[in-house]
Design a protein around this ligand. Structure first.
Ligand code: NAG
Length: 275
């Protein structure tokens, strides 16, 4: 309907863009926003569009809006800074995210507004994407916890753990989740185990061994854990160990959701770790 409106004014353009965003038609919002600029109208929803770019991961449009911000001499205040960090972080442009984040600090010092937990989550996700372990720790401990006194939430721990696992820093990932207040869900252990199978299939640093042990302690009845242990031995070419695990599963009559194999087989979990 709007496309056929004869007298499009800057007000109606802005209204259309805003209502598209309100209806979560983000692609359309971007489309109309670009058209509006093409027609030479001055948008007054640049900040909103920047948030849309972050949501859509549209780095090129986000960059362009950033250039407009600079060109128009807008002050990089807290809101603009957060939106820009978000765009860059979510599109994986970590160096830009950090640049804006660090520049923004200057303004933050003169105002009482603080970066919030979302900002840090964005930065941590970007660090994970780019494998930046040291930067991840820096943002997590130095900046978020100490400087800005933001108590990390479970999502931040998850993001930090993800940084370590993806980068193959298995020992650090293990120590990180072993330290309070982290109380890792078995899923977290399984994630670490799968990182081990990618980065250290022969378990030279012994992390996989400890993780498997942990998993069997936490979920002794889960047959999937034993299957996983067997598969890892197969991957590592330690066939004999794989066969041992399989034999215990067979002999123990382990079933999905059945009783504890420890009870069934009358043995201690450590029997699996003749390494
Ligand atoms: C970003 O938005 C522009 C303008 O609509 C579009 O041309 C471009 O394809 C989009 N890029 C991505 C990665 O979505």
């Amino acid at each position: 309907m709007f496309d056929h409106m004869f007298n499009r004014t800057v007000v109606s353009w802005n209204a259309v863009v805003t209502s598209c965003v309100g209806s979560l038609w983000l692609g359309d919002a971007i489309g109309y926003f670009v058209k509006m600029m093409d027609f030479g109208f001055e948008p007054d929803e640049m900040l909103l569009m920047l948030e849309v770019c972050a949501e859509m991961g549209n780095l090129s449009l986000g960059r362009w809006i950033h250039s407009q911000v600079i060109e128009r001499g807008f002050v990089l205040n807290y809101q603009w800074g957060t939106a820009l960090v978000d765009v860059y972080a979510r599109s994986g442009a970590v160096s830009y995210a950090k640049l804006v984040f660090d520049r923004r600090k200057k303004y933050d010092m003169s105002s009482s507004i603080q970066p919030n937990y979302v900002t840090f989550l964005g930065v941590l996700c970007a660090c994970s994407h780019d494998g930046l372990v040291d930067d991840g720790f820096l943002y997590f401990h130095e900046k978020m916890e100490h400087r800005y006194k933001i108590k990390p939430m479970m999502v931040h721990y998850g993001a930090m753990f993800d940084i370590l696992g993806r980068a193959g820093s298995l020992k650090e990932a293990y120590d990180f989740i072993m330290s309070p207040p982290f109380q890792p869900h078995p899923l977290v252990w399984r994630t670490l185990l799968s990182a081990c199978s990618v980065h250290d299939v022969n378990d030279r640093n012994g992390v996989a061994y400890k993780v498997r042990k942990k998993l069997l302690e936490l979920e002794p009845t889960r047959s999937g854990n034993l299957v996983m242990v067997a598969n890892m031995h197969v991957d590592a070419g330690t066939w004999e160990k794989a066969e041992n695990v399989r034999r215990v599963m067979r002999d123990g009559g382990l079933k999905k959701g059945g009783e504890s194999w420890v009870e069934l087989a009358g043995i201690h979990p450590s029997v699996f770790f003749w390494v």
